[in-house]
Design a protein around this ligand. Structure first.
Ligand SMILES: [Zn+2]
Ligand SMILES: [Zn+2]
Ligand SMILES: [Zn+2]
Length: 234
């Protein structure tokens, strides 16, 4: 996704205009801000906004400033009763709430299924069911071609990529929709879609669907706190 720093051209509210004009390109670049995407991404290494990788083996979530573990692992560690070194060496299982990462096949535009499978749905099926190869051999196989993007999830606040050609939603929202139907909330899919919140992924905050003024205020506030050197995390 290309980074476009160009602010929205027609902002009528003067206060919003002022805030948008006061945003520094350097700050917007730091949080990978793109007006067409509208998601704040916290960097891994920055003295104020940085969230380095959690120390737990296999965990790629960000640790807050002054912590060595992400919030999820910190809670699990406290419950586990294990020593710190033993705990961080134990392999981590399922990753929840992580940013979508691209499939490992070079040039493939689809997201991987998980940090464990590292391939998109189509390539994972090709590897497991058709070619029956190890990941390494699969990635070198001439029949393996990159796949085109399937498009964004149809939940308006969500920008995640869809995993299946027939699906309307990203995997996370597909699961939420399934759960909503199970609870008998199937009457109005359109209303469900509009009422859905973004998937809270690691190191990111979605501002999609918020009024222009609120978006400008949040960005400006974060910029000011960053400049003042205070600590902020997602
Ligand atoms: Zn962790
Ligand atoms: Zn792929
Ligand atoms: Zn989604």
């Amino acid at each position: 996704m290309g980074l476009s720093a160009a602010a929205p051209a027609h902002v009528e509210d003067p206060r919003t205009r002022q805030l948008v004009d006061d945003l520094e390109p350097e700050f917007l670049k730091l949080v990978e801000w793109d007006w067409s995407l509208r998601v704040i991404f916290f960097p891994k290494d920055h003295p104020v906004l940085g969230m380095p990788d959690c120390r737990v083996n296999g965990c790629v979530r960000g640790a807050r400033f002054g912590h060595t573990l992400c919030m999820g692992c910190e809670a699990r560690w406290k419950e586990s009763g294990q020593g710190f070194e033993d705990f961080i060496k134990a392999a981590k299982g399922r990753m929840l709430g992580t940013r979508q990462q691209p499939c490992r096949v070079p040039g493939c535009q689809r997201p991987w299924k998980s940090s464990r499978l590292v391939l998109c749905e189509a390539h994972n099926r090709q590897r497991v069911d058709t070619l029956k190869l190890s990941l390494e051999d699969f990635l070198r196989h001439p029949a393996v071609k990159p796949r085109e993007m399937l498009g964004e999830c149809e939940v308006p606040v969500c920008y995640r990529q869809r995993q299946y050609a027939r699906a309307r939603y990203c995997q996370a929202h597909a699961l939420r929709w399934k759960a909503a139907r199970r609870r008998g909330k199937t009457a109005d899919e359109e209303a469900w879609r509009l009422g859905e919140s973004a998937i809270n992924a690691d190191r990111e905050v979605s501002l999609r669907g918020l009024p222009e003024r609120v978006v400008a205020e949040i960005l400006y506030g974060l910029q000011a706190r960053t400049a003042a050197g205070s600590k902020t995390w997602d």
